[in-house]
Design a binder for this molecule. Sequence first.
Ligand SMILES: Cc1cc2nc3c(=O)[nH]c(=O)nc-3n(C[C@H](O)[C@H](O)[C@H](O)COP(=O)(O)OP(=O)(O)OC[C@H]3O[C@@H](n4cnc5c(N)ncnc54)[C@H](O)[C@@H]3O)c2cc1C
Length: 385
Amino acid sequence: MSELSATQEEFRAQVARFVEAEISPHATAWDRDESQHTYPMHLFKTLGDLGWLGVGFSESLGGSGGGPVERCVMFEELARGSAGAALGIYVHTSLAAAGLARVADPELIERFVPGLLAGDITGAWAYAEPDSGADVTQVRLAAKRDGDNFVLNGSKMYITNATFADLILVVARTSEEPGKLRGLSVFAIDGDSEGLTRTKMAKLGMRPSELAELHFDDCVVGADRLVGELDGGFRQCLAVLSEGRVFAGALALGLGRAALDAAVAHVGTREQFGAPLAAKQAVRLTIGEMTARLRAVRHLVYSAADKLDRGEAYDTDASIAKLVSSETATWVSERCLHLHGANGYMLDSPAQRFYRDCKINEWGEGANELQREMIFEAVARGYQP
Ligand SMILES: Cc1cc2nc3c(=O)[nH]c(=O)nc-3n(C[C@H](O)[C@H](O)[C@H](O)COP(=O)(O)OP(=O)(O)OC[C@H]3O[C@@H](n4cnc5c(N)ncnc54)[C@H](O)[C@@H]3O)c2cc1C
């Protein structure tokens, strides 16, 4: 993959300046808001006004142009400031808005996508359930046809943004039994629908983001809210998640870079045995290894984004990017905490925050075991690394 163009570098600098001024100074406070796990809601409107929610979306939809590379730049930089804040924006744009824009009827797209990209309304994407995690075919939330409507009954778990989202894209079972690839459909449901109860969940990391458990009790949704093909939701889900892996990879890269920066700053100033820790060879080798791994991740993420942009087959590259990026972020964050010693263990240290924030990237957008399986299948078909 070639390096970023001058325009893309300027965009990176612009986002980095914003993050330094508007996100980094608040990241610890947002993380420490333990009683609420409350999302900094103003970010939706601010990023909407800047045109950044619309990066990678066409101007006809209210987007601001650019493509997957620019969107990766944005998530990488946002996650350097606060991975939790970046997660809320990621779900809103790359799962909810993109999920709609990809396959919905023009009427549904026109009704919701411009509002999502402007930050006037907020979005969530819900497929996980108590019995359906990595295995999407196990989705049980039932959507039964009733005239011009569908009636939903069942639950969703661990849904980012769903506590407050105006619009939730919900994967539901419209036919067949759990375990089948067909029979799933996606619905765009109002967050304040009658019959829908949303309960906030407390979590280990990504604390500025909000997570909800959803209960649908005879929740009625019009058939005009069906997103894409009836019973074809499994393939839609795979497509949204496959694209999402590229951006989730960028988010993990940003988190890893934040951990590297914190580690370098700490070992440069913390003195033990009469010299900064950075004078010790073991420490220097660790920093060298962290840097090398993140550099490799950068190439994987941006080359997958490049392929997506050029309309080439990118699924396996997206799996590899998400797999390596997430595991590198976890490794780098753990090393960062290790190098900080007790200082990093304190709740006002960013080091422990990175350590708690990183883990979800290994399961989100498909567990890494599934990525390895898919990479194996691609190799068996002739994929060359
Ligand atoms: C902070 C956070 C935000 C989230 N946001 C959303 C959201 O917005 N929308 C949404 O739908 N979901 C969301 N999720 C849920 C996420 O989709 C699930 O975590 C994911 O699908 C994995 O499911 P699970 O956690 O139930 O793990 P399980 O599927 O139960 O897996 C448990 C363990 O088994 C491993 N495993 C799974 N399959 C295999 C296999 N085939 N071979 C070997 N090992 C395997 C997994 O890697 C994991 O280690 C979120 C979760 C968190 C924690």
